[in-house]
Write a protein that binds this ligand. Structure first.
Ligand SMILES: *[C@@H]1O[C@H](CO)[C@@H](O)[C@H](O)[C@H]1NC(C)=O
Ligand SMILES: *[C@@H]1O[C@H](CO)[C@@H](O)[C@H](O)[C@H]1NC(C)=O
Ligand SMILES: *[C@@H]1O[C@H](CO)[C@@H](O)[C@H](O)[C@H]1NC(C)=O
Ligand SMILES: *[C@@H]1O[C@H](CO)[C@@H](O)[C@H](O)[C@H]1NC(C)=O
Ligand SMILES: *[C@@H]1O[C@H](CO)[C@@H](O)[C@H](O)[C@H]1NC(C)=O
Length: 673
């Protein structure tokens, strides 16, 4: 039988070799065959199994839940029941290659099997290699090349070879690898890393021994098998049975390629596979990369979308954070317009540590402009109404064009919803009131010369506002806390014109005027109408404040309201004017100068606006160019006190509810200053 069967084998092989075909497929009876590539094989394929153009048997086309089988087309006679029924010795060699999408990420594996029938329809498409079932696996002999640790199968790991007989449970199984012939050492192999491997399955009839051996393709068959088990397959296999491969495709898209296969039975060994004739597994690395891409690309895309989303969100948030209100009419004020972002950055986000002052109009923050490194003060005011905003901004910008060494330079503005910011030069020495109303009584932080310099400076600045610019600017809120000191301790008027913002568009008769209690001229309280002479009145109060070191109103020991002006008048009346000079100066001042200033102050505080001097005259008095008009303290005093009572600068004001209400409104508006 063997001779007859072998006869056509050699010529066929030679023929194939002669024609230089890389693919050889032939059958010697049914006892021996070899496939080096499967192009001309007539394997019975089902499921996703295909033979590629290159001759590879591709056992999984990537479609999920599809079981694939490749069977030798005819059944093989494993035993002859009439001759005792023993399964004959057989051997098979298989060259395969498993390409996992990711090395180390496992999926289902590949199986070599012997089955009683071609009808494998009841095998599961999802697991057990597409050949086994949970139960009823009778007459099945399976060598599993497993790349997945399936707890159902009690797998030892996700990279093993096992022998399964009539069951999903491996009889013996072993981690994939081989025993090196020279050293005898076991060497691990990873099944799903694109390495071409060869598997040998040998069965020996006499000893009923099954040997399974694995090795890399270029290593010959190791003499020590990976697995060796004794099991009489005569109890398992049917008389004739089919042999073949099976696998299932799964989500990881692991590909199972068979490159070559040989089989021998009936005393004939499986022909050894000629490596050089095997088809090439196509561009393994690129394929893997493209598979990698197929997985990474969506992830990367998702990541990109997420990051773009994040960036957009951040930008929107950032934009919202820096949103400003900008209207068409503002374009002409471009150079005076600051961006909120610049101001935000300059003040480190309006941090409280940069807060240098807070007043009735709003908070003042110190800041440094990023580009120019210029120090600025940002006055941040809430302003809900847009009414009169255009006029106000126009005025702010025009005021911004005012340049005087005794005015705090207004640099520009910025608007946000409900908020207005004015940007000024930063005055390093802060406001005057901190010096003249400081707590430590014995330490005047400003000596008389400095005070006089400040007084003259403010007078000059106010004169500039009233007379020297193209139009009259009324300050409306002169007081020590609105006077700032620059590096050289020059007094500079700040906040000019601001009151207009709150004054704008309101009925002049209304009591909604702005200013500070104690600095308000009687007629201003009555009419609500500001004029240069109401500024002069406030300046007079400022003179007393600076010279006496006291606030316009204070409480005496008995808790009664005392008005600074009354107190000074009284002393003047009693010829004790010098007693009113700030005691913190410790007498270190020019008596004449101090008395001059006090008298100018009282003159400015005259209840009749017409009797007050203009700022030009004030300057002349201060410079000593014009002598102060002869004032009789008694006369002034009588006049003043009479009028003061009328206008509420006395405790008798309490009996005039009308005036009360106007004061109430005023103090509301100027609260906290
Ligand atoms: C894989 O094989 C199955 C079964 O033959 C088939 O339905 C499916 O379309 C195939 N998929 C691909 C990608 O070829
Ligand atoms: C079984 O063996 C007997 C005796 O060798 C032989 O005559 C018979 O043809 C064999 N049957 C088959 C199906 O090969
Ligand atoms: C395959 O086997 C199943 C039951 O195991 C049966 O229902 C089916 O008809 C069989 N298919 C063929 C083609 O014989
Ligand atoms: C081989 O693999 C097994 C299990 O995966 C591991 O325990 C062993 O250390 C590995 N041996 C070598 C030499 O890498
Ligand atoms: C199986 O392997 C053992 C060594 O482990 C060897 O002695 C025996 O001959 C092998 N049998 C076959 C059928 O290869």
């Amino acid at each position: 039988m063997t001779n007859r069967n072998r006869a056509p084998f050699l010529p066929s092989l030679l023929l194939l070799l002669l024609f230089g075909l890389t693919v050889a497929a032939f059958a010697a009876g049914d006892d021996q065959f070899i496939f080096s590539g499967f192009t001309q094989s007539s394997l019975a394929l089902d499921g996703g199994a295909v033979v590629t153009q290159g001759g590879l048997l591709d056992m999984s086309n990537g479609t999920n839940n599809v079981k694939s089988h490749a069977l030798y087309p005819t059944p093989l006679r494993f035993r002859n029941s009439s001759t005792g029924g023993k399964v004959q010795s057989f051997s098979s060699a298989i060259v395969f290659c498993i390409i996992g999408a990711f090395p180390g990420v496992s999926a289902n594996g590949l199986a070599f099997f012997i089955a009683p029938s071609r009808n494998l329809s009841d095998a599961l498409p999802t697991q057990y290699f597409g050949i086994l079932k949970q139960q009823n696996n009778a007459n099945l002999f399976v060598i599993e090349v497993d790349t997945f640790q399936n707890p159902d199968m009690q797998d030892i790991n996700d990279n093993h070879i096992g022998i399964d007989i009539n069951s999903v449970f491996s009889l013996p199984s072993h981690a994939a690898g081989f025993y090196d012939d020279s050293s005898g050492a076991f060497k691990n192999l990873t099944l799903n890393t694109q390495i071409e491997l060869q598997l040998w399955v040998d069965y020996e009839e006499e000893e009923t021994r099954i040997n399974v051996t694995l090795a890399p393709l270029h290593v010959g068959k190791p003499s020590k098998p990976l697995l060796s088990a004794t099991y009489d397959l005569s109890t398992v296999l049917t008389e004739t049975a089919y042999i073949g491969f099976s696998s299932t495709a799964e989500i990881m898209n692991t590909r199972h390629y068979v490159l070559g296969w040989s089989f021998g039975m009936n005393g004939q060994a499986a022909p050894s596979i000629d490596i050089s004739k095997l088809p090439k597994v196509p561009r393994l690395r690129q394929k893997a990369q493209s598979m990698l891409l197929a997985i990474i690309l969506p992830i990367a895309t998702a990541a990109l979308i997420i990051s773009i989303g994040t960036i957009v969100t951040l930008m929107v948030r950032r934009k919202r954070r820096y949103t400003e209100v900008r209207e068409d009419w503002e374009s002409e004020f471009g150079p005076h317009r600051f961006s909120y972002k610049d101001l935000f950055k300059a003040t480190q986000g309006f941090k409280s540590k940069n807060l240098v002052g807070a007043g009735g109009f709003g908070e003042v923050y110190r800041g440094v402009l990023k580009l120019s490194k210029k120090e600025i003060a940002v006055k941040r005011m809430s302003h809900e109404s847009r009414q009169g905003m255009k006029e106000f901004i126009t005025e702010v910008v025009s005021i911004g064009r005012l340049r005087h060494r005794n005015l705090v330079q207004l640099l520009g503005y910025c608007r946000r919803k409900g908020e207005l910011m004015l940007v000024y030069d930063y005055m390093s020495n802060g406001s005057l009131d901190k010096y003249i109303h400081c707590q430590e009584d014995d330490k005047p932080t400003l000596n008389w010369a400095q005070r006089f310099q400040v007084i003259k400076g403010i007078a000059t600045g106010l004169l500039y506002l009233h007379e020297k610019w193209e139009k009259v600017v009324i300050h409306r809120d002169i007081k020590a806390s609105n006077v700032l000191l620059d590096d050289e301790m020059n007094g500079r008027l700040g906040d000019f014109g601001l009151a207009r913002l709150y004054d704008h568009g309101t009925d002049p008769q209304s009591t909604h005027m702005v200013g500070t209690m104690g600095y308000l001229a009687p007629e201003l309280v009555r009419t609500g109408k500001a004029s240069p002479l109401t500024d002069v009145y406030a300046f007079g109060m400022f003179l007393l404040e600076v010279t006496c070191g006291q606030k316009p109103m204070k409480q005496d020991a008995e808790g009664n309201q005392v008005f600074l002006v009354d107190w000074v008048l009284e002393h003047w009346h009693n010829r004790l004017l010098t007693r009113t000079v700030d005691t913190r100066l410790q007498g270190d001042y020019g008596v004449d100068k101090a008395c001059l200033v006090l008298k100018i102050g009282l003159l400015c505080l005259h209840p009749f606006p017409g009797s007050r001097p203009s700022m030009r005259e004030v300057m002349q008095y201060l410079d000593g160019e014009t002598p102060l008009p002869e004032l009789k303290p008694t006369q002034l005093s009588v006049e003043m006190q009479g009028l003061m009572q009328d206008s509420g600068f006395n405790t008798s004001v309490m009996s005039y509810p009308q005036l009360m209400s106007s004061f109430g409104t005023v103090s509301d508006l100027s609260g906290g200053r």
